[in-house]
Write a protein that binds this ligand. Structure first.
Ligand SMILES: [Fe+2]
Length: 380
């Protein structure tokens, strides 16, 4: 834990130095906003005792379905005046589900929300906090304390929540009020992640880092953080898949996820996520798996457009991302059942999406179509 803080301090000092130099050279402007208190390290979940807002509070606790850490639950009970546990879980929660929970929170006079789980659990907590504020007519949300049990979504440090509307389509909440107040990142909580979740959340983190690197919002903070996240993921993901109980590897992946989450919060994404949502909506691909289909093709395009910049991150993957994913047994493609009309609709939507405008290089309609077509077959 101390080591990680040391690295963070050195990184921040280094980045401030670099930034000062760069500002003098370019007089460039940028924004950087990550208002989340982060506790990181083995056993850091027990540091929730230090969170003053929790003391004697009435708190709502969202748990992922298989949660079994009774010690942590007992600690929470001893800190708070009352806890209201919600074990109801929805992947990409329905908007109405979060509104119902917000009504319940209002009835219980909830003062604080704790989320222990993956991206969907944390997104639920964040959305409930925002809905609570809206229903209550107040101008501040209830503080959210996020304890991630997966390593990849980065939800614990982002102002986003992915929900599902009444037609079954995914949509985003994007509001600075959605930032959790605390992210308690304890790698021991990620030890229970099943194989597929380890793989696909890890790839999601990789997408956040790589897409962020090609956004117009990528600033000097991110210029160094992205390669750092790529380096960790390239050297750790295969190891953690093979040794899921290795706490050192779990810790490294949680570090990478945290860095990638900060990148996501500050830079947003490009077109990989936009395209991936189609596979989630139309073929029920989980988020990371859906993104993994389009990431190698996007990086090939990025290399064509800006080889020097793409090379800075692709070097960590032997300059071939598709083969890196294939080496993890995670090379996926667009299902055969997807027809041309469907694929055209995905390409059109990606062309119209904000992510394309957020990209540092121009992407034509034809380039997106070509990229998507390449995702129908193996190229490794
Ligand atoms: Fe993502």
């Amino acid at each position: 834990m101390t080591g990680f803080y040391g690295i963070c301090c050195m990184l921040v000092l280094y980045l401030f130095y670099q930034g000062a130099v760069m500002s003098l050279k370019t007089n460039g402007s940028f924004s950087f906003f990550t208002p989340v208190n982060i506790f990181f390290g083995r056993g850091s979940r027990y540091r929730i005792e230090q969170i003053t807002v929790l003391k004697n509070s009435v708190s709502m606790v969202f748990l992922y379905p298989q949660f079994s850490d009774t010690e942590l639950l007992s600690l929470l009970k001893s800190i708070c005046k009352k806890i209201v546990i919600s074990s109801e879980f929805q992947e990409n929660p329905a908007d109405q589900f979060t509104k119902n929970l917000a009504e319940k929170a209002l009835k219980e006079k909830i003062e604080c929300i704790i989320a222990i789980g993956g991206g969907s659990t944390i997104d639920t907590a964040k959305a409930v906090s925002l809905r609570y504020m809206q229903i209550n007519g107040k101008d501040t949300t209830i503080p959210v304390i996020a304890l991630p049990t997966t390593a990849g979504t980065g939800s614990e440090v982002t102002p986003y929540a992915v929900l599902t509307d009444k037609n079954g389509k995914k949509f985003f909440l994007n509001d600075p009020l959605l930032f959790p107040k605390y992210a308690v990142c304890d790698p021991e909580l990620t030890l229970t992640m099943p194989h597929a979740v380890t793989v696909f959340t890890g790839i999601d983190a990789l997408c956040h880092a790589l897409e962020g690197f090609f956004t117009v919002k990528c600033n000097f903070f991110m210029e160094d953080i992205v390669p750092c996240a790529c380096s960790i993921i390239s050297s750790t993901l295969a190891k953690v898949i093979n040794e899921p109980n290795n706490i050192e590897y779990r810790s490294k992946m949680l570090e990478a996820s945290l860095l990638a989450g900060i990148i996501l919060a500050n830079c947003g994404t490009v077109i990989v996520h936009s395209l991936g949502y189609n596979l989630t909506n139309d073929f029920a691909f989980v988020h990371g798996k859906a993104n993994s289909v389009f990431l190698p093709a996007f990086m090939e395009l990025a290399f064509k457009k800006n080889p020097e910049r793409a090379g800075k991150v692709l070097q960590y993957f032997n300059n071939d991302l598709h083969c890196f994913l294939a080496g993890l047994d995670t090379a996926f493609f667009i299902p055969e059942e997807a027809d041309n009309q469907q694929i055209k609709a995905w390409s059109d939507a990606a062309y119209a999406c904000y992510g394309r405008q957020n990209c540092i290089f121009d992407i034509t309609r034809e380039e997106i179509s070509g990229m998507v077509k390449n995702c129908k077959k193996s190229i490794c």
